[in-house]
Write a protein that binds this ligand. Structure first.
Ligand SMILES: [Zn+2]
Length: 386
């Protein structure tokens, strides 16, 4: 089926009390593996492209400096690829923009085929955040596209999203934010953190989610809360990477049982990025260690060289650049070495995504999600029925 808006997935998670994982992708093979795994578990799928990931997909290795033109190319490329896979899929699939930084980025994503967008105005004042978010909602809802906002500041690094310290979301402001902007869901700051260094023994402030949801219920407003910075950073994967020559230190995530405990408090979408990066890095390292002759291979040897130079890093975008063209375009290849690397990527995705689909409880809900097209959704917003 064609890509669907996020809204019906949010409604299902709210009705049945489970959460959808939302998984960041930077390569066509990753997108395919995310979708295949959700099909296997009969769960709807949310794929995310971060603003800068769109620049990377647009062909920029220095994606930090990506222009709006790069993002447009990248957004269309990934949405087209996901749309192609989705066309033959029986599950609902959403393509969501993660951390849209301004109106232009959001527009580039929607025009490229994204069916859901986040606008992150969390670094602005409350009123400016409302203003920007409302502008995005107006543009997106006219096209049936779902919108996620953000209130409160998360510490940590995610692409160019960076904050030194967290400011917890004020639950008294959540209701006002939904009312004034019309967003469908909202990322809150309640103890999670972007990146792999979340510190030991994180405790989430579930009461922030509970209070926010109570306020919304009182006012009869539909809303779902979103958990960012929620990677679990599986310790076994970190240990394996380091045993294979990696140098990752101080890596800690959100304990899985903490995440499972917040789902009944109104968290219906949980963003995961770091875990996939870690699993992919472990698999590619393992491949090169098991096949040392490939370390000097003309085509994929340069990947190993970059991995060794940057042994403390685990973002595949810093070391897969030698075969980036194939990864971002999804172009067919019969080179067995490139196929071996792609297989490492796909297996990493399956391991993480499968684990979390089960943990977040979305198994089996694909058929319970209302089948709403973008046009139908736009009509609903117009009539004020959404
Ligand atoms: Zn985030």
């Amino acid at each position: 089926m064609p890509l669907v808006p996020l809204r019906p997935l949010l409604e299902a998670s709210s009705k049945y009390g489970f959460a959808h994982g939302a998984f960041n992708v930077n390569a066509v093979a990753q997108a395919e593996a995310v979708i295949e795994t959700h099909e296997m578990f009969r769960s709807a799928a949310i794929l995310q492209g971060a603003d800068l990931a769109n620049a990377f997909m647009g062909g920029r290795t220095d994606f930090i400096n990506g222009t709006i033109e790069d993002k447009k190319i990248g957004a269309k490329r990934i949405a087209d690829a996901v749309g192609r896979v989705g066309a033959n899929s029986s599950i609902p699939i959403v393509m969501h923009l993660d951390h849209g930084r301004d109106f232009e980025s959001v527009k580039a994503a929607i025009e490229g085929g994204y069916t859901s967008v986040m606008i992150d105005g969390s670094s602005l004042s409350f009123d400016q955040n409302v203003e920007l978010t409302r502008e995005v909602v107006r543009f997106a809802h006219e096209r049936g596209v779902t919108v996620e906002g953000e209130l409160g500041v998360l510490a940590g690094v995610e692409d160019d999203v960076f904050a030194e310290t967290s400011t917890y979301t004020n639950p008294m402001k959540v209701c006002e934010f939904f009312k004034r902007t019309g967003v469908d869901c909202l990322a809150i700051s309640y103890g999670t953190k972007h990146g792999a260094t979340k510190g030991k023994n994180v405790k989430l402030r579930r009461e922030i989610a509970i209070a926010s949801m109570e306020n919304l219920r009182h006012e009869g407003i539909f809303g779902v809360l979103v958990s960012h910075g929620s990677s679990t950073v599986p310790q076994y994967i970190v240990d394996e990477i380091n045993a294979l020559g990696g140098k990752i230190t101080n890596a800690h995530g959100i304990p899985l049982n903490e995440l499972e405990a917040v789902i009944p408090s109104g968290i219906g979408k949980i963003n995961i990025d770091t875990d996939i990066r870690l699993a992919v890095t472990r698999n590619i390292r393992e491949f090169f260690v098991k096949h040392p002759e490939k370390q000097k291979n003309a085509v994929i040897g340069p990947i190993w060289k970059l991995m060794e130079e940057k042994a403390d890093q685990f973002d595949p975008r810093v070391y897969v650049t030698p075969i980036m063209d194939i990864l971002t375009t999804g172009k067919e290849t019969d080179n067995p070495d490139i196929l071996a690397v792609i297989d490492c990527i796909k297996r990493g995705v399956r391991e993480v995504v499968g684990t979390l689909i089960v943990a977040f409880g979305s198994v089996g809900y694909a058929t319970k999600i209302e089948n709403v097209s973008l046009d139908e959704m736009a009509q609903r917003y117009r009539k004020g029925r959404a």
